[in-house]
Design a binder for this molecule. Structure first.
Ligand SMILES: [Zn+2]
Length: 241
């Protein structure tokens, strides 16, 4: 295959993954009207990324409406409207060459946990995925509409996997679409279990660090994310939630 033909094929495959990812996220309750977005860095052009467009639900991504955007947040291809929060994505891609996929959503329990100001604890297995890998951005409840604000989110992410935007939402990253999608769902689950446990009363101590770290390692393997993403993609395809 010619280089350009190969690139076109890989771009098409990435866009198809974004389409499926959007449907999986909605099926998993990650939708909030048309808010929330997902992006993926171009493997052959790391200074650019594909991103969902404004005014559409996460489950309305198509091959035609995905935008191509550069690290300054400028649209370089596509005619749809760009999300004003593009800078969450561009600044994380700028700061973290290891990250290829960024998701921002407004999931209820994660937001509720962020509003308490308390850290995510390892009260469930999903919590282990974010053990010492979850930052907090607490500068504003407002949209992340400037490069400076996006850089602030990237700083809050640091070397971690995700960020709680206080009283606003989450930003979850991954090397793959599968990793970011499954991470987003697991973060919400870990936050929900914690809120339930804390509402129930005195919570017993977490397991020791070494025990949590072993689980974290085991559930962080790329194939684990892919297997679970593929399963959720099959569910969406057959019309189940
Ligand atoms: Zn938001």
């Amino acid at each position: 295959m010619l280089k350009s033909t190969r690139e076109k094929a890989s771009h098409k495959a990435i866009k198809q993954q974004l389409i499926v990812a959007g449907k999986v996220l909605v099926a998993q309750g990650q939708d909030d009207f048309t808010r929330g977005h997902i992006s993926f860095r171009l493997p052959d052009d790391p200074g650019r990324f594909f991103m969902k467009a404004h005014s559409l639900g996460l489950d309305e991504i198509t091959m035609q409406n995905i935008l191509t955007i550069d690290l300054d947040g400028k649209v370089v291809a596509g005619t749809a409207r760009r999300h004003s929060e593009v800078f969450i994505h561009s600044e994380i891609f700028r700061a973290r060459p290891d990250i290829n996929c960024v998701i921002h959503t407004h999931p209820t329990h994660s937001i509720a946990l962020s509003s308490t100001g308390r850290p995510l604890k390892c009260y469930s297995q999903p919590g282990a995925l974010f053990y010492e890998a979850l930052g907090t951005y607490a500068d504003t409840i407002n949209l992340i509409r400037t490069e400076d604000m996006g850089a602030g989110v990237a700083r809050a992410l640091g070397k971690g996997r995700a960020v709680l935007l206080k009283n606003h939402g989450v930003v979850v990253t991954g090397a793959s679409v599968a990793e970011a999608v499954i991470g987003t769902i697991m973060l919400e689950n870990g936050a929900m279990v914690q809120l339930l446990a804390e509402a129930a009363g005195d919570v017993a101590p977490e397991f020791p660090r070494a025990d949590i770290e072993k689980l974290k390692h085991d559930i962080s393997r790329p194939e684990q994310f892919q297997i679970n993403f593929d399963y959720l993609a099959r569910r969406v395809k057959r019309g189940a939630r």
